[in-house]
Design a protein around this ligand. Sequence first.
Ligand code: ATP
Ligand code: MG
Length: 153
Amino acid sequence: MNRTLTIIKPDAFASGKSGLILAHLEKAGFRVIAARVMHLSDAQAKEFYAVHRERPFYAPLVAFMTSGKCMPMVLERDDAVAELRRVIGATDPAQAEAGTVRKLYAESKERNAIHASDSDENAAREARFFFAESELIASLQAVPVASGLSPMA
Ligand code: ATP
Ligand code: MG
């Protein structure tokens, strides 16, 4: 088992597709480890997509990603990074294979419904970008009682 980071982007969240997309991912064998609904700040979106800062689509991408709420999630399954990239399909929905999340739910190459990490290293970095270490623990049973997080304490 390993992990990847996904974001249901503001287009899909605003149009009420987050439940459909999560169901699609769960049917594809992913389990949710951590999730939240949030509105990215300008600084957060710029940092998250910093790798693209020289690209012409960077400013509109930051504007889009800060245009409304989104839903970052850490997902787990075997071969998580490669499998999620396969399940979401190509960046441009016009190029995405039938049955992929982007083919089903994306509006355009920019407003493309969902993000997925592109390497194990980036998945770990992106998970830490959105979540505290304590949120990334697989289950409360793995938490020592001494931490104070046990429901029995
Ligand atoms: P993501 O990183 O969001 O999972 P990706 O890895 O398929 O998507 P990237 O090349 O990393 O694609 O681009 C990041 C995001 O920037 C894309 O998902 C899309 O929202 C936007 N984007 C990429 N290329 C373009 C473009 N040519 N025009 C407009 N927006 C683009
Ligand atoms: Mg990418």
